[in-house]
Design a protein around this ligand. Structure first.
Ligand code: MLT
Length: 312
């Protein structure tokens, strides 16, 4: 834990994981380090779960250096008049690159193919022959001409949609918070914005970019899987609880879901053959951590100094 002190003696406590480099960059401008404040005006946090935390009576703001705010008790903060910021868009490019990387790599069975090839270590001169004999099990699918359904057309979803079009995919989109027409107007490059049922029924690949709320929790479940095409590939770089994992296990078992690429592996899906488990790396780049840290620190600094609430 470290504390950074702003000019005018206002303090921000960082609880864990916040990018050192981001803070260092900011340090150069206006921060000095102070490890002694126990009653901060603001807290900047990345992954630390704050639900059980007691807040000091001076706390005015919490900034999440990332997109999701499910580790922050937003309702409690609202009741207590504590402003909650996140950093929309600051890690969007990192997540987009990971989505496209894993979309293509898993469609080509690259992860399984690499893992299998490593098992040939020790086979000596037989390796080239074994490679040629074994490669048939990893024949993949091209994404060109296939339909990608993007759920959530915010900063990340719109970037994914635009780049997927450049890869010659057909892209369809849905956003749970705006109407089909508005989604279409906002995200001009999405070829068709549609209802979620239409998206589920038409997509060969589905990528989800919505926050976890009571309305989105479990949105991938037995009922929604039943509308989808067989062998659909689903990418989840948003939150694990968007998916009912028991239903996902059954859908993977039956082949309804051909691949589940998840940044949130758990005991239900990790054992399944067609899961591509990723250890929450979607936004983990040096650049994105720096962007998030700087945006969060700026939001808080601006708020403490001027009272402005600017979530960007
Ligand atoms: C986010 O919420 O921005 C991503 O899941 C990455 C993170 O948790 O840091």
């Amino acid at each position: 834990m470290s504390t950074i002190t702003l000019d005018k003696l206002k303090t921000i406590k960082t609880l864990n994981n916040i990018s050192e480099s981001g803070l260092n960059v900011f340090n150069k401008d206006s921060f000095s380090v102070d490890n002694n404040s126990e009653n901060p005006d603001a807290i900047v946090v990345r992954s630390f779960n704050m639900h059980a935390m007691e807040f000091g009576n001076q706390l005015k703001a919490i900034a999440r250096a990332g997109a999701g705010v499910n580790n922050i008790p937003v309702d409690k903060c609202t009741e207590e008049g504590i402003v909650v910021f996140n950093t929309p868009g600051a890690n969007a490019n990192a997540v987009k690159e990971m989505v496209l990387t894993t979309l293509i790599a898993s469609s080509r069975n690259l992860f399984a193919g690499v893992a299998w090839t490593k098992t040939l270590d020790g086979e000596g001169e037989q390796i080239p022959k074994l490679v040629e004999a074994g490669k048939k099990q990893f024949v993949g699918k091209e994404i060109k001409g296939k339909t990608l359904g993007v759920i959530g057309l915010g900063a990340i979803g719109a970037l994914v949609a635009n780049d997927a079009l450049d890869l010659d995919m057909d892209v369809i989109g849905f956003d749970p918070f705006i109407s089909v027409d508005t989604a279409w107007n906002l995200s001009r490059k999405v070829q068709r914005a549609m209802t979620i049922e239409q998206l589920f029924a038409n997509a060969d690949y589905i990528t989800v970019h919505v926050p976890l709320t009571d309305g989105t929790r479990g949105m991938f479940n037995q009922a929604t899987f039943s509308i989808m095409k067989p062998d659909v590939h689903i990418l989840n770089f948003s939150r694990g609880d968007l998916v009912n994992e028991t239903d996902m296990e059954a859908a993977l078992e039956s082949g309804k879901v051909g691949k589940y690429i998840t940044d949130f592996p758990n005991e239900h899906v990790l054992k399944m053959k067609n899961v591509v488990p990723i250890p929450h790396l979607g936004a983990s780049t040096k650049e994105s951590e720096e962007n998030c840290a700087i945006m969060a620190a700026r939001q808080v600094k601006d708020f403490l100094e001027t009272g402005n609430v600017k979530n960007s």
